[in-house]
Design a protein around this ligand. Structure first.
Ligand code: PLP
Length: 246
């Protein structure tokens, strides 16, 4: 069995964060290892407050797992702080961990900040050791330093800027576009557009969609899929998961 490590925040409602990642891993037949970077008090509608776990304790969690388990892929989600990102970067480098997918969570859909200010610089520093980064439109704008992104041209510009900052591959998620949701992928050689269907429903249904997507990409990579295939399969898995949610 392949082992996939998620390093992310805890979501008591289960739709996002560690809890969502572990249910994705179970559904996809990989063993889920989990390191908690932050606690949150939230339901599917709103985040009320958060507490970051200290970087030392994040390190202790990662190191204890690495003493026993081989890690076939890593998903990083909400980290909470620049210090946590730096610690994660150091340990991933020291242990030569590969197949790393980073969903650079900065803010909840309801508007609650989930990353401190210096976090953006730490995200830029970790880019070279990733396999893929999966920002949404506003995260892509923050990381690239480009102004507001609201169309495919802007998404392509952000993806190529983030690639030139060191990320081997970038998937800018278009779920927040006004028109049909298209995700833009760039691997330094070519752009690829993943078309999606706009699903209807209450916002609760879409809570944690980015978490589910990045966790299933990591699971696909662990099982040996090439990156584009892992993204394609993860999008199909996400659509199926959302269709089953109420
Ligand atoms: N809480 C945690 C722990 C998360 O990782 C995330 C998003 O990735 C959220 C909340 C935000 O979820 P959403 O914006 O999809 O409601």
């Amino acid at each position: 069995m392949k082992n996939v490590l998620t390093i992310a925040g805890a979501d008591p409602s289960g739709g996002a964060g560690i809890q969502a990642d572990l249910s994705v891993f179970a559904a996809l037949g990989v063993r889920g290892l989990s390191v908690i970077t932050a606690l949150t008090a939230q339901n599917r509608r709103e985040v009320y407050s958060t507490r970051n776990v200290s970087a030392d304790f994040v390190a202790a969690q990662i190191e204890s797992l690495l003493k026993e388990f081989r890690v076939d892929a890593v998903k990083i989600g909400m980290t909470g702080s620049a210090k946590n990102i730096k610690t994660i970067e150091r340990l991933l480098r020291e242990h030569h961990l590969e197949k790393v997918v980073f969903d650079p969570v900065m803010r909840s859909t309801s508007g609650h900040g989930l990353l401190n200010r210096p976090g953006i610089k730490a995200i830029r520093d970790i880019l070279p050791i990733l396999t893929l980064i999966t920002p949404n439109l506003s995260e892509a704008a923050s990381i690239s330093g480009l102004p507001d992104i609201d169309d495919i041209k802007g998404m392509e510009e952000a993806a190529s800027t983030i690639h030139s900052m060191g990320a081997p591959s970038v998937l800018v998620k278009g779920g927040h576009l006004q028109k049909a949701p298209v995700d833009v992928f760039f691997d330094g050689k070519r752009f690829y557009h993943f078309q999606g269907r706009r699903l209807k429903g209450k916002k609760e249904r879409f809570h944690g969609t980015g978490c589910v997507l990045s966790a299933s990409i990591a699971a696909g990579l662990a099982k040996g899929s090439k990156l584009e295939k892992a993204v394609q399969d993860a999008k199909a898995f996400l659509e199926k998961t959302l269709a089953e949610r109420v």
